[in-house]
Design a protein around this ligand. Sequence first.
Ligand code: 9MR
Length: 362
Amino acid sequence: MRVATLSTALLAALPLASAELDKWAKKAGLKYFGAATDSPGQRERAGYEAVYPQYDEIMWESGEFHQTTPTNGMKWLFTEPQRGVYNFTEGEIVASRANAERYVLRCHALVWHSQLAPWVTATNWTKDELKTIIHDHITNVMGHWKGRCYAWDVVNEALNEDGTYRSSVFYDTLGEDFIKYAFQVAHETDPNAKLYYNDYNLEYPGAKVSGAARIVSMLQNAGIHIDGVGLQSHLTAEGHPTIDQHIDAISTFTRLGVEVALTELDVRLTLPATPALLAKQSQGYKNIVGACAQVKGCIGVTIWDFYDPFSWVPATFAGQGLPLLWYANFTKHPAYYGVLAALKNATGACSKTHKRSIPLLD
Ligand code: 9MR
């Protein structure tokens, strides 16, 4: 009896004992390592209900993560589907669990041209009307979660690849003032939340990084509060940047005095997976996590879900997939150990300097 009790206890302790990501992220000087997750009804692939207990165990109980972001539930489409009609149900599913588990909560996303409620683009608004709409959306949505979000992605994906502004109802009506206005209202609504500009393809130097840096400076020069830049980090195994490119890009922002977070990390590959591709994927993860862990001011890493079947990738990129750290059968990718190696390499007295100070193989 006694032996049986002991072994049950040991078994129960196993997942905790093997949980490494958040633990090593903190040893490397980061605030958190986390995974985005969706409310069950919105998960990418239906028919996976049977795995939810195992999924939830890793997401919430394993100790691997201490941060999350709702992948969909806080977006305009869900939170204000009709003008003035607010619905926090989907976002609240993830937010309340995150708060109960004392996870760091990143909240996503207030002003974005995509997953926008159709009514917002259905009318040619005057400038003043659209400002009122932005104001009401931010004050209600951010106000609902006030005090519960470590950070908010205030403006998401406002840039084209060449660093110019993307055409959207917001930019086409208000010009770059829509960004200023959104950040102003956000700071008034929840002065304690960190306010982020969030975009993809900001992980290596180039025109888009310059565009995002221009946004940061524009806000700072206008005396408007901005705290951070989110590097979404949707990367590919076949063509990922080097660690030095990542360090350059991250440092562009930290030099401006704002923090950086990797907000939606995944590294997709072309199917079928081969050992060589999985090794490249692992290197891709290792480079970006290593860069974040080594630059002072890069404060945390969020992977965009952790479980391959719930990734957005297969539905968006034909023939590509397996972008996360856990396979469908809940075994781990080699990239899990790549992430771990990057975090372990970054621990120690000399880490978190602006320059790479300890060797990390590319
Ligand atoms: O993961 C999200 C997926 O479930 C949605 O179908 C998709 C719709 O565009 O949005 C995904 O998340 C996006 C995030 O909100 C912003 N950056 C790009 C992400 C991948 O599309």
